[in-house]
Write a protein that binds this ligand. Structure first.
Ligand code: NAD
Length: 303
């Protein structure tokens, strides 16, 4: 039987550590950690994710400064909001929920976030730090994958890793983190030829293509560990993609095809999703400790 990499359980364990860390630092810090999640417009998936994040903040004692901004906000207005959060001393982390409406320039807005409050590690300075192997806030989803692998004692040194997807949000930082852990990494993308031959060579396969059920049994070998980053909310016209009546989500991997073949896999839901939220909290608590002059006691949780 393959090992199921339970992100929900690990996220709960880490949340408990973060909650205790906040409680024990409050007396010196004199304020809780603060996180500002900025949501622009009415993308429904973003609404769900922001909601999860706010609830998670409340569970562990992070003060939420979330803002829901109108769809037609101008670049300048949004930049001003980010700048004022950069100055706000009770805010330790800022996250701009992606995707943004098409009239807004994502790059310039991410650049406006103070790199020291960059809760999703997407500022160019922090991406540069990742390339150089320097400490700094790390992108939450790949950081969550690293924590999940680490907790399940999946050794990466010398292993052959294939990352499917090269986005700045997931695929690219994921590949860099795996390389830093001494895996030999190949990145596949939409123009890659003969994906199954490539992925079958992987000891570790991380799939972040955003394509429901892209990966099936012909893409994996028997000793492979499969991490499914993809997450898709199924509508009524997609009944065929449902893995069970109850589950309204699916990933990029056909779990029902690979679950009896591979060594371990992360489920959807309950795998990478909860870990992403937890690493956002971990980044925020880490920043808070830094801003309040507390010992940096949770850096071992971050890659
Ligand atoms: P994206 O669309 O920005 O990038 C997708 C990448 O996959 C691209 O680099 C593209 O070249 C590659 N790709 C597309 N089709 C491919 C194919 N047929 N073969 C090989 N490569 C292909 O998406 P993203 O932001 O990186 O997100 C990827 C997925 O992960 C989405 O489903 C997203 O919802 C999910 N996601 C989940 C979490 C989480 O917390 N679980 C967080 C972020 C993203």
């Amino acid at each position: 039987m393959p090992n199921i990499l339970d992100g929900k359980k690990l996220a709960q364990e880490i949340e408990l550590i973060l909650k205790q860390t906040i409680e024990s630092g409050l007396e010196v810090a004199k304020r809780p950690p603060g996180l500002a999640v900025l949501r622009v417009g009415s993308d429904p998936a973003s609404g769900v994710y922001v909601n999860y994040k706010e609830k998670a903040c409340a569970r562990i004692g992070v003060k939420s400064f979330a803002r829901h901004l109108k769809e037609d906000i101008s670049l300048e207005e949004l930049r001003e909001i980010i700048k004022s959060l950069n100055e706000e001393k009770n805010v330790d982390g800022i996250l701009l929920q992606l995707p943004l409406p098409s009239h807004l320039d994502e790059d310039s807005l991410l650049r406006t976030i103070d790199p020291d409050k960059d809760a999703d590690g997407l500022h160019p300075l922090n991406l540069g730090r990742l390339i150089k192997g320097e400490k700094g806030p790390r992108s939450c989803t790949p950081a969550g994958v690293m924590a999940l692998l680490n907790r399940n004692q999946i050794k990466l040194e010398g292993k052959r890793a294939v990352v499917v997807g090269r986005s700045i949000l997931v695929g690219k930082p994921m590949a860099l983190m795996l390389q830093a852990a001494n895996a030999t990494v190949t990145v596949a993308h939409s123009r890659t030829k003969d994906l199954p031959t490539l992925t079958r060579q992987a000891d570790l396969l991380v799939v972040a293509a955003g394509k429901p059920h892209l990966i099936g049994k012909n893409h994996v070998s028997e000793n492979c560990v499969v991490i499914d980053v993809g997450i898709h909310r199924l509508s009524s016209g997609q009944e065929n993609l449902k893995e069970s009546k109850k589950n309204k989500l699916c990933g990029d991997v056909k779990i029902f095809e690979i679950e009896d073949k591979v060594a371990a896999y992360s489920p959807v839901p309950g795998g990478v999703g909860p870990m992403t939220v937890t690493m956002l909290l971990a980044n925020t608590v880490d920043r808070w400790q830094k801003h309040c002059g507390l010992p940096l006691s949770i850096s071992h949780l971050l890659p």
